[in-house]
Design a protein around this ligand. Structure first.
Ligand code: 6PG
Length: 236
């Protein structure tokens, strides 16, 4: 039984700016401690404003920041549904992050091949750092109205994966074919931050925080890490 610390809940008045400053502080701490910040980006629509504010924060050492993706839709990188494209437009194009620091999931190729390729990419870094599994400093996650997170959807076999870090999956949220980080990889992180700015998801959050939820997002409980909920005021 892990003695997991309870989740931290931060109500943000300025969702985009406050979340960006939270991420920047995590980056500075990780770089000061280990010389590198390993950050997994969330997909969907919510994060774009946060990434836009993150891009405006001065003096972040982007050469020391390594980017992965919690999930990706199986579409080409120039597709409007691509999580990579959303991050490129809101963040990467605005900061001088070296291309080699961005681990893009190749959504344009066969999903199983893309998952295996990504698994190997993370495994190579983990091996270099003496880790049995890639350890993120911070994983950003969104939350769906059905309690999904990344592309881990209710009732999906992907929730039962205990070995692989990256798998192809099918979800009810279009586009259906996706690649997702699994619970073992997410739960190896030092810090998880859910970002939600939508009052219609309050009931889902309350159930998860209540501690007896079967939502996929409730299964994100880092073995030795912290969970923080970054909650915005919600769209007016
Ligand atoms: C995706 C996301 C997904 C998203 C939630 C919330 O690729 O769709 O990873 O998990 O974070 O569905 O999406 P919104 O931020 O658009 O509400």
């Amino acid at each position: 039984m892990n003695s997991r610390s309870p989740a931290q809940v931060l109500s943000l008045a300025d969702f985009a700016g406050d979340a960006a400053r939270f991420i920047a502080a995590e980056a500075r701490n990780a770089i000061a401690s280990r010389g590198l910040f390993r950050l997994a980006l969330a997909g969907g629509a919510t994060p774009a404003v946060v990434y836009g504010e993150l891009a405006r924060i001065a003096d972040l050492p982007w050469t020391k920041i390594q980017i992965t993706f919690g999930d990706e839709r199986c579409v080409p990188p120039e597709d409007s549904q691509s999580n990579f494209k959303m991050a490129k437009l809101s963040l990467f194009d605005a900061v001088g992050i070296p291309e080699g620091n961005i681990f893009r999931v190749r959504g344009e190729i066969d999903p199983e091949e893309a998952a295996l390729e990504y698994e190997q990419k993370l495994a190579a870094v983990a091996a270099r750092l003496g880790e049995s599994r890639y350890i993120h400093d911070l994983v950003l996650l969104g939350l769906g109205p059905d309690g999904h997170t990344a592309s881990l959807f209710p009732g999906s076999p992907s929730l039962e994966e205990t070995t692989r870090n990256i798998i192809p999956t099918i979800g009810p949220k279009p586009p259906p074919q996706r690649i997702t980080m699994t619970l073992p990889l997410l739960n190896a992180a030092r810090h998880i931050a859910f970002m939600v700015d939508d009052n219609s998801k309050k009931g889902v959050i309350d159930e998860i925080l209540g501690g007896h939820s079967r939502y996929p997002a409730a299964a994100v409980q880092p073995d030795a890490g912290q969970v923080t909920w970054l909650i915005g005021p919600g769209k007016k």
